[in-house]
Design a protein around this ligand. Structure first.
Ligand code: NGO
Length: 525
């Protein structure tokens, strides 16, 4: 039987011809139930597909969270289907979003699809939201468009039971090297949510810019934020802007992890306040891309009054659990000073109720109890450095894995990639996907690994199109490493699921790198 004929039979069996005309050549069969990124933990396909029609209702529990998620889903489906898709708290059939007690976990969900409807069940709103992302991906890619599309709107039948491998599935955006507006950050948040990423790490300060308003040290933002790499005008978030990002992220079930990098990567702060410098002289603002030349003045008390103020204000704006203190590339700080500095700063973070995250150099000092270290080394990083991180992990420091030659999204894909850096090498799509976070760092207990994060540094990136091109198609791979059980890991099947995402990116206006490693459908751009 040819594939086309098979599809027709499937659709005919579901009795969907009445539903509307698909243009010639458009698939009339539902996408396979497992064709989702990240791969669900368990997929049992079977039965007649669900057909979403103009009569479909979205039935939600009578809870604020379920109603909001229902509205979010309707907001995606209405423009492209042209259907009303009213929300109701009554009845059955159609799309149902249910919060119930059950063994779904903090972020897990169950999706049941059949000719009567699609039901997503979860214990927590986050699980319901992730289930909605799965449903989205099971619908045709054209559902993402903002103008009415022909359909038919079919969802394959069966049951998905799903929950994440890791609780921490992050993406970092460097808004310091180039400033990105609230709208640009929101756009990225939406892209992250589609792949069930749940942590947004914002790199808020660096040599080239300070991007968050601090009332007690106003020049940080107004002066320290006034430029960026290349000398452009930079920018910063007012407290209201930042809170808007936090709110938007929360509405997509992402927690914001703010980072103020210290004691290095601090030229913007040092330029803003002369007293923060050991010699009392403020350096000029910096718009180049070197690293490792700046340091807060470890012996001066004002340094800790400054950091107390910054951490207090930032913690007060941040409902999330974490505050990232950087700690990378402190090449202008002696090791003794670095250790002293970290011993002073980590208690400040704790005092304001937050858990420390630091780049993995933090493990060369004494990580605070409960702190997480973010590993950004390479396969080729020295055994001694890896052992230092592994030892901290054995002693209770949690790990977030961001190996630079795997999931630094700012690395060029190949030597010909127009954007990005290559200090960690070229990172093609397969290389970004094909590693196991659970067994990555020799000697680190698998239980220490809290998850993965894909950083996107912005020395060479200044627009949303740049972000998209570097993140796609590698970001979904990082998301899958964070979410999917190790047993589903398989490049050959992953690359097919990944390729199937491309029409969705086209519909969403996300430009991406057409890696020759991925069998893109010929209909895509
Ligand atoms: C390094 C460095 C950053 C750069 C980035 C570029 C870390 C943790 N510190 O990663 O300052 O922007 O590489 O890829």
């Amino acid at each position: 039987m040819t594939r086309a004929l098979g599809s027709l039979l499937l659709v005919a069996a579901a009795g969907v011809f009445a539903g509307g005309a698909a243009p010639a050549g458009q698939a009339r069969a539902a996408a396979p139930l497992g064709q989702v990124v990240p791969a669900p933990a368990s997929v049992r396909a079977g039965g007649a597909p669900y057909h979403l029609t103009r009569d479909t209702r979205i039935r939600v529990d009578d809870s604020r969270a379920a109603v909001r998620i229902g509205e979010y889903l309707a907001g995606i489906l209405r423009p492209s289907t042209g259907y009303r898709l009213p929300l109701t708290t009554h009845g059955q059939a159609g799309i149902q979003l249910r919060l119930t007690k059950g063994a779904y976990g903090a972020e897990g969900y169950r999706l049941d699809s059949g000719s009567n409807g699609v039901t997503i069940t979860a214990r927590e709103p986050a699980g319901l939201f992730h289930g909605v992302q799965t449903l989205r991906q099971l619908l045709p890619a054209t559902v993402e468009k903002d103008t009415v599309q022909p359909g038919p709107w079919l969802v394959a039948a069966g049951t998905i039971q799903d929950s994440p491998r890791y609780a921490y599935r992050g993406a970092m955006l460097d808004v310091a090297r180039h400033f990105f507006t609230v709208a640009q950050v929101k756009r990225y948040i939406d892209e992250l949510a589609l792949y069930k990423i749940n942590e947004l790490h914002l790199h808020l300060s660096d040599d080239q810019g300070w991007r968050i308003a601090v009332d007690s040290w106003p020049r940080l933002a107004t002066y320290g934020g006034s430029t960026q790499v290349g000398g452009g005008k930079g920018g910063y978030y007012t407290k209201a802007d930042y809170q808007e990002i936090v709110r938007y992220a929360a509405s997509r079930y992402l927690e914001v992890v703010p980072e103020v990098d210290m004691p290095g990567h601090t030229n913007a702060a040092l330029a803003s306040y002369a007293e923060l410098n050991c010699n009392g002289v403020a350096p000029p603002l910096y718009t180049g891309t070197n690293v490792g030349f700046s340091s807060l003045c470890v012996p001066k008390e004002v340094t800790y009054r400054f950091l107390d103020d910054v951490v207090r204000e930032l913690a007060a704006l941040t409902p999330g659990r974490y505050l990232h203190i950087g700690g990378d590339e402190a090449h202008s700080t002696s090791h003794d000073d670095y250790v002293k500095f970290m011993d002073r700063v980590q208690p400040i973070v704790a005092k304001y109720g937050k858990t420390v995250i630091g780049w993995h150099q933090l493990t060369s000092a004494t990580p605070a109890k409960g702190a997480l270290a973010q590993y950004w080394g390479l396969d080729s990083t020295s055994a001694a450095e890896k052992a230092q991180v592994a030892k901290a992990a054995q002693n209770g420091t949690g790990l977030i894995l961001s190996p630079a030659d795997r999931i630094y999204l700012d690395m060029k894909y190949t030597k010909d990639t127009p954007l990005g850096l290559s200090w960690a090498g070229y990172v093609e799509v397969r290389r970004a996907y094909d590693w196991n976070p659970g067994a990555y760092l020799p000697g680190a207990p698998a239980s220490a690994v809290r998850g993965v994060e894909a950083p996107l540094w912005s020395e060479t990136l200044s627009t949303s199109a740049h972000i998209d091109y570097m993140a796609f198609p590698r970001l979904p791979g990082a998301a899958e490493l964070g979410w999917s059980p190790a047993a589903t890991h398989d490049w050959d099947t992953y690359k097919v699921r990944l390729a199937a995402q491309a029409p969705r990116w086209d519909a969403l206006g996300i430009g991406y790198y057409r890696s020759p490693q991925v069998p893109w459908p010929s209909s895509t751009r």
